[in-house]
Design a protein around this ligand. Structure first.
Ligand code: FES
Length: 87
């Protein structure tokens, strides 16, 4: 079974234009810097039909709305912070 955390970033045109273009890189960089890549399945997704709440990211089925760089980093820290594996 795939135990990895599923992170889908909406790459629909609305989310993409309003910030996800940048957030793809922010998330990539975070996962790389924290050595988390093997714990995560990070991939792009089509429009979730929640454009008015975008830009958004879905993590293990939960949508996170109106994201900014600071907000997504805080969310990722919340998920990985304490339990991040020690290398
Ligand atoms: S473009 Fe992201 S929800 Fe529609």
């Amino acid at each position: 079974m795939d135990q990895r955390i599923d992170i889908q970033i909406c790459l629909g045109s609305s989310c993409f234009a309003r910030g996800n273009k940048r957030l793809v890189k922010v998330i990539e960089q975070y996962l790389n810097e924290q050595n988390l890549r093997h714990l995560v399945h990070f991939h792009g997704a089509h429009c979730f039909s929640s454009c008015e709440k975008g830009p958004l990211v879905k993590i293990d089925g939960k949508e996170y709305h109106q994201l900014t760089e600071d907000k997504i980093l805080a969310i990722l820290n919340g998920i990985f912070g304490k339990d991040a594996p020690d290398f």
